[in-house]
Write a protein that binds this ligand. Structure first.
Ligand SMILES: [Fe+2]
Length: 286
């Protein structure tokens, strides 16, 4: 037996994995164990790793086929599958689910510390399934019937720099819109979860104005501190979260310091709601 240990960091989300060297080839049995742990805990953290981009690609590949290229984010030279998460380009200090403005949001995302600020810049990950369970029955019945339009043109934080404005413009240049069930059934665990986040702009059949307070109240259950894991980065850290039932938030409290993470995402499937209907591309304004 190996000395792998998977230790919960909270009651509802997150576990730290120790005794694993991600620069080595991982035996099949360990890969199975990690995949199960990702389903159980939704985000896994690894400290003290020393891995290259190649090794991060290999690690992410154990969870599914890699996302070839992000529709609009900057990537590492000659490695289109490695996205540069750079605080000078943008700071994702809003709750979101990666590329939920497409019909195939990522299965999961891996992040690796490259350059860390001297303080701040934590990553928070929230459990959408726990948020769903926390809903009072009356509210849950409403959520069960709702669909939401997710778009890359939803309100997003501004950096207030020339470079930030340029990146933001690029991010929004081509319009992406997808409608997803507000309650998504996890394809592997069958667990229902609130599937919203910052790209969820409006509810199908409602105006922006009508949608906002309803989205906000549902989001408030996902963001409860009990449902959130908060990770303070150290050099050598690697994480992976299940993007199918979580949202994440990059805390923007590191002032003008440099923060650079490399991200590799895994291709996801088309979300399915409680009634079996699948997400679809929104062609026209609904
Ligand atoms: Fe993200």
């Amino acid at each position: 037996m190996s000395d792998v240990d998977i230790r919960q960091i909270g009651g509802r989300i997150g576990a730290e994995v120790t005794g694993v060297d991600l620069s080595r080839e991982l035996p099949d049995q360990l890969v199975t164990q990690l995949r199960q742990a990702l389903l159980d805990h939704k985000v896994l953290f690894f400290r003290n790793q020393d891995i290259t981009d190649e090794e991060q690609l290999t690690f992410a590949g154990h969870f599914g086929p890699l996302t070839d290229v992000h529709p609009m984010m900057r990537t590492v030279e000659d490695k289109p599958q490695v996205i540069t998460v750079d605080g000078e380009d943008q700071r994702a200090n809003h709750w979101h689910t990666d590329i939920s403005f497409t019909t195939r949001p990522s299965l999961g995302t891996t992040l690796r510390a490259v350059i860390l600020p001297p303080y701040g810049g934590d990553t928070m990950v929230a459990n959408g399934a726990a948020g769903y369970r926390d809903l009072p029955a009356e509210l849950r019945e409403i959520a069960d019937r709702l669909w939401a339009v997710h778009t890359n043109r939803a309100e997003q934080p501004r950096l207030g720099t020339e470079r930030g404005d340029e990146v933001r413009r690029k991010f929004m240049a081509e319009k992406f819109e997808a409608a997803h069930p507000v309650v998504r059934v996890h394809p592997e665990s069958g667990e229902p979860a609130l599937f919203l986040g910052g790209f969820a702009q409006r509810l199908v059949g409602m105006t922006l104005r009508e949608s906002r307070p309803i989205i906000d109240v549902l989001q408030s259950y996902v963001r409860r501190p009990e449902n959130v894991a908060r990770w303070t980065w150290r050099p050598g850290d690697v994480l992976i979260f299940d993007n199918r039932n979580t949202q994440h938030y990059a805390v923007n409290d590191y002032d003008g310091h440099k923060r650079l993470l490399n991200r590799v995402s895994i291709t996801g499937d088309v979300p399915v709601g409680l009634d079996g209907r699948r997400s679809y591309v929104v062609e026209e304004d609904e």
